[in-house]
Ligand binder design. Structure first.
Ligand code: ATR
Length: 266
């Protein structure tokens, strides 16, 4: 039996176990997906231990995504983003990937939203914002990053290269944009939106990385403005789909994984 898992602290009510186990069931793979919660200072021993024990693959979440970068061989995208969320132990050395970026691009592709040559605004410049900004820039978007702390947006824009940046007062840019992604935590378990509703419009496609609640205030207001809306469960799904495909080399059973995820979200 193969063992996969999620390393984080806390990992509490993660949706990854049912999502991945639905994939194993659908394809008849003899595997389990379990959660691990090492002490914050023990992440090096945890990764080494998983490797020694023959664990096939691990997802990595808060607070370990940056630190795991130094414990594995990161692929070029994970190195540029500065964070690893997926480790593959099947090779000689543990290899690190960032499938959050694919979670973004595959969510747009699934909804038939083109990215190449489009104007995109990313709200947020934290861990999620980094993955989103690199994903959109690599897909050919012209990226503007708006963040509460403008200096962090400027740093990220520099790292991405060719992106522009500013504070939340630059969200006016959304009026002329094709694509908007919320990569802040605003709206998580609260009825708040990081983007003023006046700048939303029908030609916009909006992805919210927040998935709790599934319909955030931003998505509700975007739908009211006639925009295309993509909820955060798609991003969660497709980062998992991408991780599954990296580990197994097989096409993921997307519908089965989506069904397991949606059944557990309200
Ligand atoms: P994550 O890994 O989920 O991205 P993070 O790295 O802590 O978490 O980043 C949180 C993001 O949400 C940041 O962009 C943060 O803005 P700052 O860089 O200015 O802190 C943003 N954020 C959090 N609370 C916010 C709020 N109330 N209003 C606007 N932005 C907020």
């Amino acid at each position: 039996m193969q063992v996969f898992g999620l390393v984080g602290n806390p990992v509490g009510h993660s949706l990854s176990p049912p999502m991945h186990e639905a994939a194993y069931d659908a394809l008849g793979i003899d595997a389990r997906y379990v959660t691990f919660e090492p002490a914050v200072d023990d992440i090096g021993r945890a990764i080494g231990g998983a490797d020694a024990l023959g664990v096939t693959g691990l997802n990595v979440t808060i607070p370990f995504k940056q630190r795991v970068l130094d414990l594995v061989d990161p692929d070029p995208l994970a190195a540029r983003i500065g964070a690893v969320n997926t480790v593959d132990f099947t090779g000689e050395r543990p290899r690190g990937y960032n499938t959050d970026a694919a979670g973004v691009t595959r969510s747009f592709a699934h909804h038939d939203v083109p990215l190449d040559g489009r104007d995109a605004v990313v709200v947020g410049a934290g861990g999620a914002g980094r993955a989103v900004a690199f994903a959109l820039a690599d897909s050919g978007c012209d990226v503007h990053i708006a963040n509460r702390t403008a200096e962090k947006a400027a740093e990220l824009a520099d790292a991405v290269g060719g992106a522009s940046a500013g504070g939340l007062d630059t969200l006016d840019r959304v009026r002329d944009a094709d694509v908007l992604v919320n990569a802040t935590s605003v709206g998580m378990e609260s009825d708040e939106s990081p983007v003023p509703r006046e700048v939303l419009h029908p030609a916009l496609a909006v992805l919210d990385a927040v998935y709790s609640p599934v319909e955030t205030r931003l998505l509700r207001e975007a739908a009211e403005a006639g925009a295309t809306t993509i909820d955060g469960a798609w991003m969660l799904l497709f980062q998992g789909v991408e991780a599954f495909e990296r580990w197994t080399g097989e096409d993921a059973p997307v519908d089965a994984m989506n069904g397991a995820l949606r059944a557990r979200l309200s």
